[in-house]
Write a protein that binds this ligand. Structure first.
Ligand code: ZN
Length: 384
């Protein structure tokens, strides 16, 4: 069967997941990414995208596949009262309607997973990727873990899952949620937990029981940048995923590793993200019949979220993304200024100034040797 068109899941109501203007997390910047993707998709001759514009919140029984009933009661209750209750130790406040808003994001991930499975084509859920939520608690701006629920659904359907987490923060909710699962290969590249929330994701954490050897952490020091990211994705992540041969690939595509993000310091560039997106698409076609679900995730600088995620959506949809020097559409820039309240960037990569990376080949060699020891396998030699 020929693959269907790629799917993009975006319901305007995803923006009701809203902690208020003073909070760093905003679905409005995901909305800006979607507007940009729409403008790219509107050019004559571009491949068709299947848009899913209306998504009902996930039902309670779906949420219970990952979250505990007491926690769900707590969130539901907190969402009925006025703004103020904290759902975790400090970063994730409740707001009126937070239960439904978070449950709608969960449904978005499920819709994306179903589309990827049924069509054998990429699905993109830019509003999702809330990878910190645990079964019994909120964490790090994440109320319900939409990606973990999508992984659970795939596993319950008898599928094996290759999960790659590119967010600058360790995807603790997902990794520990499937720590002993032999069905889930979880690979997570992030800023070292000794320097950043949530303080987990060390090389020694490799899974247990059936999941032993299937949890893979690649912690990077601040400022490591593309010099660390790209070789490690090529040498470690792709060979592991290729050997595991998952039935479906699920990617948490946080963009808070992008240069200039105010909450972290990994300074990846748009080019590195685009290169990885292409590699993942090829890998999905090679190993799991094109079944790939890509979610958003962190990202606290509106232009990074807008431009990087729009490009990711374009690559997944088979649309040639614009070069970095191309101007951004005038109408989009106006909307950016209205929503963000600061001047819009002029071009797709106009604000990507990286500083010198401290990462050396020796650092890569040490990290890979450490991984080889923990996982009991060898990785390819570095590229010359
Ligand atoms: Zn993050």
């Amino acid at each position: 069967m020929a693959p269907g068109p790629p799917t993009v899941v975006w319901d305007e109501r995803f923006q009701e997941y809203d902690f208020g203007n003073a909070h760093p997390f905003s679905e409005r910047s995901r909305g800006l990414a979607v507007r940009l993707l729409e403008s790219l998709a509107a050019s004559p001759g571009t491949p068709a995208i299947e848009w899913v514009r209306s998504v009902a919140p996930a039902e309670r029984d779906v949420l219970e596949t990952f979250h505990g009933p007491d926690y769900l009661d707590f969130v539901e209750e907190a969402g009925l009262s006025q703004f103020g209750t904290l759902l975790d130790s400090g970063d994730t406040p409740a707001f009126p309607g937070c239960y439904e808003a978070a449950a709608r994001l969960v449904a978005g991930a499920r819709v994306g997973l179903t589309a990827a499975r049924e069509r054998g084509a990429p699905a993109f859920h830019p509003a999702g990727g809330l990878h910190h939520a645990h079964p019994g608690r909120a964490s790090g701006f994440c109320i319900f873990n939409d990606v973990a629920i999508a992984v659970t659904e795939a596993v319950h359907a008898g599928l094996s899952v290759g999960y790659l987490d590119l967010d600058v923060h360790h995807g603790d909710g997902v990794m520990y949620g499937f720590y002993d699962s032999g069905r889930v290969l979880d690979i997570d590249v992030h800023q070292d937990g000794r320097t950043l929330f949530p303080g987990t994701g060390f090389v020694e954490e490799t899974g247990k029981g059936d999941g032993a050897g299937l949890k893979v952490n690649l912690p990077l020091p601040p400022l490591a940048g593309d010099e660390a990211l790209l070789p490690l994705v090529r040498r470690v992540a792709l060979p592991l995923l290729r050997d595991f041969r998952p039935d479906v690939l699920i990617v948490q595509h946080g963009v808070d590793g992008h240069v200039g993000d105010p909450l972290a310091r990994l300074q990846y560039t748009s080019r590195a993200y685009a290169e990885i997106d292409r590699m993942l698409l090829d890998l999905a076609n090679e190993t799991c019949r094109g079944r790939i679900l890509v979610t958003g995730g962190g990202g606290y600088r509106a232009e990074s979220v807008g431009c990087v995620l729009a490009r990711t959506g374009a690559i997944l949809a088979g649309i040639e993304p614009p070069s970095g020097r191309e101007p951004l559409p005038h109408g989009w820039r106006t909307e950016f200024e209205r929503i963000v309240g600061s001047p819009a960037p002029g071009t797709w990569e106009s604000r990507e100034t990286v500083v010198h990376s401290p990462w050396r080949l020796d650092d890569e060699t040490n990290l890979v040797a450490h991984l080889e020891q923990g996982l009991g396998r060898r990785f390819p030699a570095p590229r010359p």
